[in-house]
Structures are given as C-alpha cells and as structure tokens.
Design a protein around this ligand. Structure first.
Ligand SMILES: [Zn+2]
Length: 68
C-alpha cells in the first residue's frame, strides 16, 4: 500500500500525505512531515487523530487506519 491516498472531504478539508511541507499539527504540535495531514478551513492543519477529535473529519478513513 502506497501513501498516495488522498481524500477531499469538502472544498477546504482534505486528507493528504505530507511529504515535503514543514508543518505542525495545530492542536498537538506533532510534526507532520512524512505523515497524513488534514487541512481544515482557515489554513489550519492537523494530524488525523486531532482532526477526528476536533470534528474536522468524522472518523479515520478505512484506507489509512493502519498507517497513522
Ligand atoms: Zn495533532
């Protein structure tokens, strides 16, 4: 399984694998380099567990459950 999974939830919310950008989770400050990242509105990015916790997404998508 590759890390090419990408999911657009709405126009401003999507889940993608962050290969290059040097960003941190807005909520827990975890380094998101080389990991799945959820971009929300207002430019905030979060790790997937925080995105679920803060209701950016409803749940961790089945496809990446074992990868985060
Ligand atoms: Zn986080």
């Amino acid at each position: 399984m590759s890390n090419n999974f990408r999911l657009r939830i709405t126009n401003h919310r999507k889940i993608f694998f962050n290969y290059t950008r040097d960003i941190k989770c807005f909520s827990c400050e975890r380094d998101l380099h080389d990991s799945y990242t959820v971009s929300g509105n207002r430019g905030k990015t979060r790790c997937v567990p925080c995105a679920v916790k803060y209701h950016i997404i409803d749940e961790v998508p089945e496809e990446i459950k074992e990868l985060i």
